[in-house]
Ligand binder design. Structure first.
Ligand SMILES: C[S@@+](CC[C@H](N)C(=O)[O-])C[C@H]1O[C@@H](n2cnc3c(N)ncnc32)[C@H](O)[C@@H]1O
Length: 209
């Protein structure tokens, strides 16, 4: 694939032995957030513009979308975003250190609505364990979708995990930020539902009586 000038601002992570040096990337900033599957990243840019003291990691597999994000960041002089071309399961499962994120956004992930494709959905119990691992104590996980069937599946897996507590009141701070897909779905008359969970300590495992 032909490389573009924007590519010098995109970190390509393919080596599974990489542990992302999140603290070093933050360069003294107080907070770290991740927009996982950021797409063209209008939400990501606006989030970063809100608080220069937050490092925003923007991750996607599609380089063309990351290039659009990088171009916008250059145009608008946003310098607290690090763009990562990486697969979501590799990033959360292997590359991110424990308890490194203040907030994780997974917005309008591909819903894979056909029954035979359901196994491709990102949100499953193994993945939720990794979401819990990478959140700091009290860290937030923000999820949105227009697909009620996917939402129901996510709610069931979250409830079964015992790892999260829902805190809808924490969504108010994000209500005015919309992702590209949210804008697109709303323009087509669809409703995008947002949820926010906080990581909690799992209940102790008791064996016997
Ligand atoms: C429907 S789009 C949503 C983009 C953005 N979050 C929004 O709401 O506008 C889903 C995005 O997730 C990315 N994606 C899908 N599967 C992924 C994976 N396994 N790892 C990383 N990114 C993924 C796609 O490339 C796409 O940009």
């Amino acid at each position: 694939m032909e490389s573009k000038a924007e590519d010098r601002h995109i970190t390509i992570l393919t080596d599974v032995y990489t542990v992302l040096p999140v603290a070093a990337l933050a360069r003294g900033r107080r907070r770290v957030e991740l927009d996982l599957g950021c797409g063209k990243g209008s939400f990501t840019t606006r989030l970063a513009q809100r608080d220069a003291e937050t490092l925003v990691l923007a991750a996607d597999v599609m380089i063309g979308r990351l290039r659009k994000l990088v171009k916008r960041n250059e145009r608008e002089q946003v310098d607290n975003i690090v763009a990562l071309r990486v697969e979501a399961r590799m990033l959360l499962g292997i590359m991110l250190p424990d308890r490194c994120l203040d907030r994780l956004h997974i917005l309008c992930p591909d819903p894979w609505p056909k029954g035979r494709h359901r196994g491709n959905r990102l949100l499953c119990s193994d993945f939720l364990t990794q979401v819990h691992r990478v959140l700091k104590s009290g860290g937030h996980w923000h999820f949105s979708t227009d697909d009620m069937n996917y939402l129901e599946q996510v709610r069931q897996v979250v409830a079964a995990s015992g790892l999260f507590e829902e805190r809808p009141e924490q969504l108010a701070a994000l209500a005015d930020l919309k992702s590209d897909f949210e804008e697109r779905w709303e323009s087509e008359g669809k409703t995008v539902h947002h949820h926010l969970w906080v990581g909690v300590e799992p209940p102790p495992v008791t064996i016997g009586h």
